[in-house]
Structures are given as structure tokens and as C-alpha cells.
Design a protein around this ligand. Structure first.
Ligand code: SF4
Ligand code: SF4
Ligand code: SF4
Length: 224
């Protein structure tokens, strides 16, 4: 089996980022590429020993500088306090929070890994953690983590495209206005040139006075 997968299977799938990588898969990749494997504090000694076996190494203790640990828990939101700011949604790595701007938010228990990443961003401190005995959300967390990351990447790509489109539209608008002005300038210039030629012809060949010339030109414009 591929080394990354072997390592990944031993990690607790909380997606908390405490190991200084964004999530469990990235930490597995880092270890497979020679990174030190003692940083998953939530996995504790059990994870460390299993990784020791896979890697044929013998690190004896978890590096607690990457702690503290995370128990089996899920988050809950005090609905009466929530102001619907969405900050927790942005922080959640597995999209386990439902809600929209200015509306009460809720945790989806089946998805919450208890990673604690939503606690700090909440401006009204209305998110708590409660003990659970169900590990299912951690079992499926990598799938949810990947789906959430890809959705967010697409969202930011979409935002960048919208901004680029907006800028393009503005530039297009400026170019069109310039071209329109240029066209009207051209037709005005053409008109005055035609008028000058006509005036010269009338002067040179028809020997008309000013009033007769103006009447002739007016009649020509009416015919147009
Ligand atoms: S559980 Fe947290 S600390 Fe452990 S590997 Fe996953 S992201 Fe890293
Ligand atoms: S709801 Fe909070 S604790 Fe649960 S997974 Fe999301 S960020 Fe982590
Ligand atoms: S961060 Fe706190 S206040 Fe804001 S939506 Fe989430 S739970 Fe509600």
C-alpha cells in the first residue's frame, strides 16, 4: 500500500491543523516525504507508536508544543446568542455548520470532528464543545475536508473571474465611449470639411452672395 495512505490511516482525521499542516492528509504527505511524525497531539502515543512501526523509527514521545490534545467531542451553538456573522462557517474545515448571513447557525453533528477551529473566530463566544461517543464524523472527515477545500477553491476562482469580468466590462465601456466619441468627432469633422468644400465651390463657380449661399446649403440639408 502506498506509504502516504498507510500513514494517513493512522491519523485521527480531526482535520484540526495542530500538526502545523492544514489537515491530516497534508501531514501524512509531509511524513512520507521525511517530515517528523511526532506532531499529532490528538493522536497521542497510540498514533505515534503506529507511525513508528510503519516508518521503522523509534520516537518515544509526542511533541507537546503542537498541543493541547482534542477529546472526542462536537461543537454546539447557543442559538439565542448567535448573530449570524458566518465567521464559524469560514473557519470550519469540513463544512459542518449550516446557516446564512444574519440567520442563526447550526452544527451538523454527523460532520463535526470537534476540531475547535470555529471557537476562536466567534465574536460573541456562543460555541461550546460537548463530549460525544460517536467517531463517525472523523471516519468520513477527509472526504468532507477535500470537498470543502475544492468548493472554497472554486469559490475563490469564481470570485477572481467575477472581478476580472467586472474589470473587463469597465475597460470595454471606456473603450466603447472613446470609440463613440471618435466616431462623432469624425462625422462632425467630415461635415465641416464638406461644408468648407461646398462654400468654396459656391464662391468660386456660382458667384452667390452670403444669403443665397446659406439658403442653398439649408435646402441641401433638408433634402438629406
Ligand atoms: S488530527 Fe490534527 S494534528 Fe493530527 S494529523 Fe490530523 S490535522 Fe494534524
Ligand atoms: S463545527 Fe467547529 S468543531 Fe466542528 S468541525 Fe467545524 S470547526 Fe470543527
Ligand atoms: S461565529 Fe458565532 S455568532 Fe457568528 S455565525 Fe458562527 S456561531 Fe453565530
Amino acid at each position: 500500500m502506498e506509504l502516504i495512505k498507510l500513514i494517513h490511516d493512522e491519523l485521527p482525521q480531526i482535520q484540526c491543523g495542530r500538526c502545523d499542516t492544514p489537515g491530516c492528509y497534508q501531514y501524512a504527505e509531509q511524513i512520507a516525504n521525511g517530515g517528523i511524525h511526532d506532531r499529532c497531539v490528538p493522536g497521542g502515543t497510540k498514533t505515534l507508536n503506529n507511525l513508528n512501526k510503519i516508518l521503522a523509527k523509534n520516537i518515544t514521545s509526542v511533541d507537546m508544543n503542537y498541543g493541547p490534545s482534542i477529546p472526542l467531542q462536537i461543537a454546539i451553538i447557543d442559538e439565542s446568542e448567535c448573530i449570524g456573522c458566518k465567521k464559524c462557517i469560514t473557519a470550519c474545515p469540513v463544512d459542518a455548520i449550516a446557516g446564512s448571513v444574519n440567520l442563526m447557525h447550526n452544527i451538523i453533528d454527523e460532520l463535526c470532528t470537534g476540531c475547535e477551529l470555529c471557537i476562536e473566530p466567534c465574536p460573541v463566544d456562543c460555541i461550546d464543545l460537548v463530549e460525544t461517543f460517536n467517531k463517525d464524523s472523523r471516519v468520513v472527515s477527509q472526504v468532507n475536508y477535500d470537498a470543502t477545500s475544492s468548493l472554497r477553491m472554486n469559490e475563490s476562482k469564481q470570485k477572481r473571474m467575477d472581478t476580472a469580468n467586472h474589470i473587463n466590462k469597465e475597460i470595454g465601456g471606456v473603450i466603447n465611449t472613446k470609440l463613440e466619441n471618435r466616431n462623432s468627432d469624425t462625422s462632425e469633422n467630415l461635415k465641416s470639411l464638406q461644408l468648407k468644400i461646398l462654400n468654396d465651390q459656391l464662391d468660386n463657380f456660382h458667384n452667390l452672395n452670403e444669403d443665397e449661399k446659406n439658403t442653398f446649403i439649408r435646402n441641401l440639408n433638408t433634402e438629406d
